[in-house]
Design a protein around this ligand. Sequence first.
Ligand code: NDP
Length: 318
Amino acid sequence: MKTRVTTLFGIEKPIVQAGMIWCSGWELASAVSNAGGLGMIGSGSMYPDVLQDQLQKCNAATDKPFAVNLPLLYPQVEEHIQHIIDAGVPIVFTSAGNPATHCQRFKAAGIKVVHVVSSTKFALKAQAAGCDAVVAEGFEAGGHNGREETTTLCLVPRVAEVLDIPVIAAGGIYNGATMLAALAMGAEAVQVGSRFVASVESSAHQAFKQKVISTQEGDTLLTLKEITPVRLIKNEFYQRVAQAYERGASKEELAQLLGRGRAKKGMFEGDLVEGELEIGQASAHLEEILPAAEIIDRMMRDCVAGSQRLFSMAHTTK
Ligand code: NDP
């Protein structure tokens, strides 16, 4: 399949694996890239020396392009940028910050820049900053998310309509049918998170992967908007957050309740009670932990089959 995004990245299939903290190390990123998609290292949960090590391992495990997700609010962002440039990473996805801050620096180093947005307004800003593409991420997505709760179905067509640069759709995309829907809305690739959390190569704790595939519809909610909006599984920690809201807790109290390192505790160390369990609504539809290559093969096969079905529906009159 060829789109402006596959051409931009030099990949075969328009499937991007999201750079999720604690889940997206070199094993997942290289497996996705080797299968023809774009793998991505999630640098937000890595100290600079950890990222450097992960980049070396990823470079050794694949000769295909891969990317790094760089949250711009990360405390040691300068060191991360230097490691990314030194390792010859060809593509960077920036998030959680102003895309203009580092865009031209990456471009001067020959690196393609994609920014993650949750609104049309920020998509236009990313384009004006010189980004090569945007990820338009809807409300269904896991982890950190937009405050305005714009769904993928409402966000992607609008962003694709007003932007000249290509759009990668994210939020609720986990199989061939949802991929086809995103492409039909004007996206030229999809970014997939939750489906890859529950993959063999994901660095998430096994207990978290099992929790993800047992999650049912309605089991996640977007919360903590006053701090950083985040979609979580409604575990015991989440219930305490909900109780705090009920008694009218202040932003400071919420921040104190959250504390530090809860995402690591939940997703990496497998503490399903006290950890932050960040996952998208799509988790409700996942039933098995699969190898990354199989996830990609199934998505591609079912996307193409779905498009053929629609084509024949459109051309059948009797
Ligand atoms: P916390 O502040 O709760 O925890 C920080 C965690 O990141 C710790 O577990 C720590 O590991 C680890 N870490 C890695 N590198 C560093 C560093 N240089 N300084 C401090 N801690 C570091 O943050 P969260 O778990 O909520 O978020 C983790 C990261 O996710 C953030 O650092 C941020 O970069 C990123 N983020 C991304 C967003 C996005 O992309 N949209 C939005 C919000 C956050 P250890 O326990 O081993 O010390």
